[in-house]
Design a binder for this molecule. Structure first.
Ligand SMILES: Nc1nc2c(ncn2[C@@H]2O[C@H](COP(=O)(O)OP(=O)(O)OP(=O)(O)O)[C@@H](O)[C@H]2O)c(=O)[nH]1
Length: 442
């Protein structure tokens, strides 16, 4: 190989090196431990800040930091010893900061065959390295997320073939291993569908989403044959230029959450002792029925019921027996209630029944029937037989009523009248349809 003489004509060598698009440098090999920078090109000068006229002929020990020297010399030595071109990546702390390089060293020999010079070319790969590090970081975070997620996650590519999935996905769905191994998206879809209550709509919706690349889905409920309920989230995956990469599916088992939500809803709507509706439910239903009755001009009646002398029962037999009485009372009334009626415990020993599509006359007749049924009831308690009676106030929605509370208040006033007139009775009586006429001022 022709020797390049930097000593004789460094300017000429420098010019040659400058034509290279990469950082280039020439190292004089003095010994296994001593290396001098003989020349560098403009790109190397620009990146390292080492001006040739200042550094030519100086040892790399002087030019670099001690730890860089150790790394750099190790590579030089390797090239010298192996007598062949050497490629490696290195990290250099330069004035411009920490940089990453892809470097190639080519050995040159003297007439005895000893390596006396190295030509180094290096191009900076900092951007690639940073991108790679970032990608590796992202993929580590993503793997951790996939592993730890309580959602079953499936990713398919632009051809709907399985790209990746997590452990939870296979816990939720029972899919044959070979389907996942072959990444057959269609087979996985069929296998999933077989586990559902309504496979046809499921498959149809999945196909729709595969066609609507931008469409997202949030929290759709899916009922499984085994009783579990899943919530599905899905969105298309797009590259930075909008190109479609595929779709990601999340499946969340919400069976327990749904059960608890239903339980809480039930608890918030019912009376725990008797299991019938509570005041809140009745008032909500009353609002709706009031609007409907007003809109269509239909009847709407309300019964307010209150057990007579209930305090005496409690005082005489104890609170626990009082509870039994309340439940027995409800047991007598319940069979009389129609589907659209609302029977609620308003509190204590006071109850209400909402009767849509019911005139005052019909409501009074119904109330009388209840009154008699309660009167006929004999309750077997640990302390012996107990007889009870109930007083009932009845009211019907009138044209003048501007809010549903009027109706309740009027029924309450009628109940008060029933109590003050001797209890165990209905007010108004069922021989009239006009409560207010019977009880002016109430
Ligand atoms: N056992 C039981 N008693 C209750 C419950 N809620 C309220 N009470 C009792 O119901 C009684 C209601 O008494 P009062 O309001 O004086 O009415 P009353 O004795 O029925 O008299 P009148 O309504 O005038 O006939 C009180 O003793 C309350 O403690 C309950 O959930 N269980």
């Amino acid at each position: 190989m022709k020797e390049i003489s930097v000593n004789r004509d460094p300017a000429e060598l420098r010019k040659m090196l400058d034509y290279l698009g990469v950082a280039a440098f020439v190292i004089d090999v003095v010994s296994a431990d001593e290396f001098l920078l003989a020349a560098n090109n403009a790109r190397h000068e620009q990146l390292t800040g080492m001006r040739l006229d200042e550094v030519a002929g100086r040892s790399v020990d002087e030019l670099l930091t001690p730890e860089m020297v150790a790394r750099v010399k190790a590579n030089y030595r390797r090239c010298v010893e192996e007598k062949t071109a050497t490629d490696y990546q290195e990290t250099l702390d330069l004035p411009i900061g920490e940089t990453f390089w892809q470097t190639t060293l080519v050995p040159f020999f003297d007439e005895t065959g000893r390596v006396n010079r190295l030509l180094g070319t290096a191009y900076e790969i900092s951007n690639q390295v940073h991108l790679e590090l970032e990608a590796r970081y992202q993929s580590t975070v993503m793997s951790a997320y996939l592993d730890e997620s309580t959602d079953g996650i499936l990713v398919v590519d632009a051809n709907n073939q399985i790209k990746t999935w997590n452990r939870r996905f296979l816990e939720i769905w029972d899919i044959p291993e070979e389907v996942m191994v072959t990444r057959d998206g269609e087979a996985a879809l069929q296998s999933v569908a077989e586990q559902l209550d309504d496979p046809v709509s499921f498959v149809q919706r999945v196909r729709e989403l595969y066609c609507s690349l931008d469409e997202e889905e949030h929290g759709v409920h899916i009922q499984m044959k085994d009783g579990r309920v899943l919530e599905r989230y899905s969105r298309g995956l797009h590259g930075c230029h909008g190109d479609y990469w595929g779709r990601i599916w999340f499946y969340r088992d919400v069976t327990e959450l749904q059960r608890m939500t239903e339980e809480l809803l039930h608890m918030s709507q019912t009376d725990p002792l008797t299991g019938i509706a509570n005041r809140r439910t009745l008032m909500g239903t009353l609002e709706e029925e009031y609007r409907r009755a007003k809109r269509y001009g239909h009847h709407l009646s309300v019964l307010m019921l209150d057990l007579d002398h209930f305090k005496q029962i409690n005082d005489r037999y104890g609170h626990a027996t009082g509870d039994i009485v309340l439940k027995e009372f409800v047991g007598v009334v319940l069979p009389e209630i129609r589907v659209n009626d609302c029977f609620a415990r308003m509190g204590g020993e006071e109850f209400a029944i909402l009767l849509p599509e019911t005139s005052l006359g019909s409501a009074c007749r119904f109330a009388e029937r209840l009154c008699r049924a309660v009167e006929d009831l004999t309750i077997d308690s640990p302390q012996g037989e107990i007889d009870i009676t109930v007083s009932i106030g009845v009211a019907v929605l009138g044209d003048d009523d501007e809010n549903p509370e009027n109706l309740i208040n009027r029924a309450d006033r009628c109940l008060y009248a029933a109590k003050s007139e001797g209890r165990n009775r209905v007010r108004p009586r069922n021989d009239t349809d006009n409560c207010e006429d019977r009880m002016p001022g109430l």
